[in-house]
Write a new protein. Sequence first.
Length: 257
Amino acid sequence: MSLKVEHISYSYERNQVLDDVSFEAEAGEVLALLGPNGIGKTTLLKAFSGIMRPQQGRTFVDGEDILQMPPGQRARLIAYVPQYTANLFPVSVADAVLMGRQPFVRFRPKEEDKRVVFEILEQLELTQFAFRNIEALSGGERQRVFIARALAQEPKLLLLDEPTSSMDIKNMLHTMDMIVELVKKKNITAVVSIHDLNLASMFCDKFLFLKEHRVFAHGAGAEVLTSENLQDVYKVNTKITQVDGYSHIRLLKKLPE
């Protein structure tokens, strides 16, 4: 599955948030969406996927313009996990994940739907919580449940907005490792908004920096994850070394003058 985003622009009233954003991603790739707070990462995920209608631009999945698709058809292709999952209602973890099968269920879930759900619960180490009320879970555990729900949808395009922000170190690593494994195994495309540059460097294939609401840099880690780019985008000094085959980014205390 290939993703091609062309000339996406979005404004809130007179406030320009995205300005002519274009990029591509291939099947089996995890693309990291990077940039400081407020630059438009969440808006970009929603705009190019059709959750919000952009004022300009098109998005193609395998050559089809998804912004022209009916919502039901789009739901079979795209799964989105938002940054905030505070608005909950009392259901079990298993039922919450089963909601990811909704685009494929006509009347009631089949055994195949339940099999998919419990396989994903096991992969994300959530089986022990299967029949627990989702409101009783920690923030990190809830986030894993919503990722599981998205994966139960068996999407072609997986969109994750800061998926590990509420997790401890072990679950951050396990969750990203599992996402990458499924992306490669099922040959889908994932776009991940993320702030942890080292985590992105470890698990992502390509990187896209936003600056001033436009694409600043897009490409592989060696091309994009440079001290010069990080200084331009984040206004910080860094030292970058190669460790175990990926870039390790160390922040320096002194800010650029």
